[in-house]
Design a protein around this ligand. Structure first.
Ligand SMILES: Cc1cc2nc3c(=O)[nH]c(=O)nc-3n(C[C@H](O)[C@H](O)[C@H](O)COP(=O)(O)OP(=O)(O)OC[C@H]3O[C@@H](n4cnc5c(N)ncnc54)[C@H](O)[C@@H]3O)c2cc1C
Length: 292
């Protein structure tokens, strides 16, 4: 199914979970449990990440295949094209087409950590260029990444939105966003997109707090700011009580999701970090409250 059909007027907000391919046998065990639990929630689709420089090419495809085949889930596969040449781009995407994936989120990606990695000379520099390359060759429903606070490398939000416009012009039919801890960033972002005539569905990303440390580490790399009140609340959590952090994260995300849903967002994308408890509890509670 082309995922954009889920966001036609009059449809219910969608629920989606982001998953990573496992890199170790322990991670694999955890992933299996995560998939079982989250598939049981019957999300509208699952998304599958793609490692920098193609490092998880096989694992990402296998995970997408498993989600579709074993669980019957609709999948949006991410494709990060940083450093990859036209042949690798085409063969990776043919792999996805071959297992029936119909939706691809095209991101530029970042330089891999592997010091041996060398970008192909004909690799493309930006997601808009990747989209323009992919669009005429494949019939996928294509999406792009959005950053409600602006991408970390962008001089400001408006400049970043110039490039978001290019991604939409190049074929992106939907936008999945980075997470944020203050909904005002998302509401402002959507307003700015609308003012520019960007009318594709924009699905907010929600990252529940899993631990104070992880929240700080991730925010530093992906540019999601931590509001002062959240920072103070995180500092007040008992350091040795993992469950207290998870419980806090669920309540914080619940408040965020209620407000987003009340504002009429087309759906919610949960960054699960391959953990099942928080996203599962949040979705069950939102459904129980009748807001989803
Ligand atoms: C929902 C989501 C899923 C993601 N999934 C993955 C994943 O699976 N694997 C992975 O490796 N990464 C993933 N990322 C991270 C993403 O790859 C990084 O944030 C990356 O740094 C930017 O990717 P992009 O597609 O937004 O890049 P682009 O849109 O190309 O933008 C990158 C930067 O360049 C600027 N820019 C864009 N076009 C131009 C231009 N023509 N001239 C000058 N500057 C320009 C932009 O403002 C921005 O600062 C994901 C991000 C999100 C939000």
């Amino acid at each position: 199914m082309r995922i954009v059909d889920l966001w036609k007027p009059g449809k219910k907000p969608t629920i989606a979970f982001e998953l990573f391919p496992a890199k170790t046998s322990k991670a694999e065990e955890n992933l299996a449990k995560t998939i079982d639990t989250l598939a049981g929630i019957e999300p509208d689709f699952a998304t599958v990440t793609f490692g920098a420089g193609g490092s998880t090419r096989e694992g990402s495809r296998n995970l997408a295949d498993r989600l579709k085949g074993e669980k019957g889930l609709e999948v949006v596969a991410y494709f990060a094209g940083f450093g990859l040449g036209p042949k690798e781009i085409a063969s990776t995407l043919e792999g996805y087409a071959g297992i029936g994936v119909e939706n691809i989120l095209v991101v530029r990606g970042d330089p891999p950590r592997d010091p041996e990695f060398r970008a192909q000379p004909e690799s493309l520099s930006y997601a808009s260029e990747l989209l323009a390359f992919i669009r005429p060759k494949f019939s996928f429903c294509l999406g792009a990444a959005g950053y409600p606070e602006g991408h970390v490398q962008a001089p400001n939000l408006e400049r970043d939105l110039d490039f978001l416009e290019r991604k939409v012009e190049a074929g992106a039919e939907f936008i999945l966003t980075n997470y944020f801890y203050d909904n005002r960033f998302f509401f402002h972002y959507v307003e700015r997109c609308q003012a520019r005539g960007i009318s594709v569905p924009i699905i907010p990303g929600v990252m529940p707090v899993y631990s104070a440390k992880l929240t700080e580490t991730l925010a530093a790399t992906c540019g999601a700011s931590i509001p002062e009140a959240l920072r103070r609340a995180l500092a007040g959590l008992p350091g040795d009580d993992k469950q207290a952090a998870l419980d806090f994260g669920i309540e914080f995300a619940m408040a965020q999701c209620r407000e987003l849903l009340a504002a009429g967002v087309p759906g919610l994308l949960f960054y699960t970090m391959d953990r099942w408890e928080s996203a599962a509890k949040i979705v069950r509670r939102l459904r129980g409250e009748g807001v989803l």
